[in-house]
Design a protein around this ligand. Structure first.
Ligand code: HAM
Length: 424
C-alpha cells in the first residue's frame, strides 16, 4: 500500500461540517467591526522576513523561535517568512499605500491565517486564524480610541458566544518610559537574578519586561514581591487614567494587571489581554495594545506623530471557548432536495435542479437514486427546506410534488411554476 499522508503537526483541516460555524463567526465579526467604522483589509500571507524582525523585536519568542521562513525566498534580499501576526503587515501596507494621505485615521480589520513554528498543544497551533483590528493615524494617541478598541474586542467576543471574557489591562508607558522602566526593573531584580529560572536569566539581559510574564511559580512569586507597579512618567500615568475613565464611562469592566507586558516588542502605553474559561493553559483568547512607534520604525514620515492601536482574537480559541448552545445553533441548510423516484425520471430531475440553481435557489439531488426512504433521509441530512419529488403521476402531468420538510405537508405544483412557488 502507498504511504498515507497526514495533516502537518499543529495544523488542521476545517471539514465541511464545521464550515457553517466558521462562516457564521466570520460574518458576525465583519458586521460588528463595520458597526464601529472599521473597514476590511487583506494583505499577503508572507512578507519580507525583516519586516517581522524589525517590528516584533529580535528578542521576542515569535522572531527567535517561531518564524517560518520560506526556503525559496532565500534568494531574495532578506528572505520571506509566513506571517506570524497581522500588525506588522498592516503598518507596512499603511505606509506603502500612503493611507495617511487619504484619511485622518485608518480603521482597519482583517481575518486570516497566521503561522508560528510553535510546539503544538491545546489552543496553540502552527497555523491558526485571527480576527485583527488596527487603527493608525497622525495624532491619534487618544484614550477614547484605546477604550473603543477594548470595547470592540469585548463586544466581538460576546457576539461570538464566548462566556464571561475577562479584560486585563496595563500601561508600559511611552517609548522613553519603557527605557527607564527597563533600567528600573533590572535594578529591582539584580540581587535576585540567580533565583530566576534559566529563561528569565536570559530575559533579564535581553528584554527584562518579559521576566514579569514568566509562568513559573518561583519567578511569579519573586516578581510579585519586588514589582508592585511599573513606574510611569506623569504624562503616561495621566494617559492611562484617561483610558480607564473612558472604559468605565461606557461600562466595560476591566482589571488592572501590573505584570501584564505582552510578548511583542512594539507596544507602548496601553496593553491588554482577554482571557476566557475552558482554554487550559493557553487562556488568552485575544490581546493587543498601542504601538505608537511602529510607523516610524518601519520607515513612515518622521515629521508626523503617528499613533496606533489594535488587537487580535484567536479564532480557534474562540471556538474552544464558545458556549455549547452557540456552537450548536449553526447548521448548513439547503432550499430544495430533488428526488427522482425512478432512474428514468433523472433527466427531468436534473433539468429542474439546474433551473432552480440558476434562479438563485440552493438545490441538490442524489445521482445514485435509492429508495424513496433513503432519498428522504438525504434531504433531511442536508437540512433541506423542501423536497421536490418526481413520481409517475408528476412525470405524466408535468408537475412535481413539493413537500415542506418541517410540516410534512405536500402539494402538487406545475413544473413551470415551481421557481415562483418556492420563492413565495
Ligand atoms: P498575540 O497575542 O501574539 O498578538 O496573538 C493574539 C491572539 O492570537 C492570542 O491571544 C491567541 O488567541 C491567538 N494566538 C496566538 N498564537 C496562537 C497559536 N499559536 N495558536 C492559536 N492561537 C494563537 C498579536 O498577534 C498582535 N498582532 C495583536 C495586536 C494587533 N496588537 C496590536 N494590534
Amino acid at each position: 500500500m502507498n504511504k498515507k499522508f497526514a495533516v502537518p503537526r499543529g495544523t488542521s483541516d476545517i471539514l465541511p461540517d464545521s464550515i457553517p460555524l466558521w462562516e457564521a463567526l466570520e460574518s458576525k465579526a465583519r458586521k460588528v467591526c463595520k458597526s464601529y467604522g472599521y473597514r476590511e483589509i487583506r494583505t499577503p500571507i508572507f512578507e519580507d522576513i525583516d519586516l517581522f524582525k524589525r517590528s516584533l523585536g529580535q528578542t521576542s519568542d515569535v522572531v527567535n523561535k517561531q518564524l517560518l521562513e520560506l526556503a525559496s525566498g532565500k534568494q531574495e534580499a532578506g528572505g520571506l517568512a509566513l506571517r506570524p501576526e497581522g500588525t506588522a503587515a498592516i503598518v507596512r501596507s499603511y505606509i506603502e499605500n500612503s493611507l495617511d494621505g487619504k484619511e485622518s485615521l485608518s480603521k482597519l480589520f482583517y481575518l486570516g491565517s497566521m503561522f508560528r513554528g510553535e510546539r503544538p498543544q491545546k489552543g496553540r497551533l502552527r497555523q491558526f486564524h485571527q480576527i485583527g483590528v488596527e487603527a493608525i493615524g497622525p495624532n491619534s494617541t487618544c484614550g477614547y480610541l484605546d477604550a473603543e478598541m477594548m470595547a470592540l474586542a469585548m463586544h466581538l467576543l460576546k457576539e461570538l458566544g464566548v462566556q464571561d471574557p475577562q479584560l486585563k489591562i496595563n500601561s508600559l508607558g511611552s517609548k522613553e518610559d519603557k527605557a527607564n522602566i527597563a533600567a528600573w526593573l533590572r535594578g529591582r531584580m539584580a540581587e535576585h537574578k540567580n533565583d530566576l529560572c534559566e529563561d528569565c536569566q536570559s530575559r533579564f539581559e535581553r528584554n527584562v519586561f518579559r521576566v514579569l510574564d514568566c509562568k513559573k511559580e518561583s519567578c511569579r512569586k519573586l516578581t510579585a514581591q519586588v514589582v508592585k507597579n511599573l513606574p510611569l512618567s506623569v504624562q503616561s500615568q495621566q494617559y492611562f487614567d484617561q483610558v480607564r475613565a473612558a472604559l468605565t464611562s461606557i461600562g466595560v469592566a476591566f482589571e488592572v494587571a501590573p505584570h501584564l507586558v505582552r510578548g511583542l516588542d512594539y507596544y507602548t502605553h496601553t496593553v491588554f489581554e482577554i482571557t476566557a474559561e475552558g482554554l487550559g493553559s493557553q487562556d488568552a483568547v485575544g490581546a493587543g495594545g498601542r504601538y505608537d512607534g511602529l510607523v516610524h520604525e518601519l520607515g513612515g514620515n518622521e515629521k508626523i506623530d503617528y499613533g496606533a492601536m489594535g488587537f487580535a482574537l484567536g479564532i480557534e480559541r474562540i471556538l474552544l471557548a464558545q458556549d455549547a448552545e452557540h456552537a450548536q445553533s449553526v447548521q448548513s441548510s439547503l432550499d430544495v432536495f430533488v428526488i427522482a423516484m425512478k432512474e428514468e425520471y433523472q433527466p427531468q430531475a436534473f433539468l429542474l435542479l439546474q433551473q432552480l440553481r440558476q434562479s438563485g435557489i440552493s438545490a441538490n439531488m442524489s445521482f445514485s437514486p435509492g429508495s424513496m426512504k433513503s432519498q428522504m433521509g438525504r434531504a433531511n441530512k442536508a437540512n433541506a427546506r423542501f423536497a421536490l419529488i418526481l413520481g409517475e403521476e408528476e412525470m405524466k402531468n408535468n408537475t412535481v410534488a413539493l413537500k415542506d420538510m418541517s410540516t410534512s405537508q405536500q402539494e402538487i405544483v406545475a413544473q413551470e411554476n415551481i421557481v415562483s412557488r418556492i420563492k413565495n
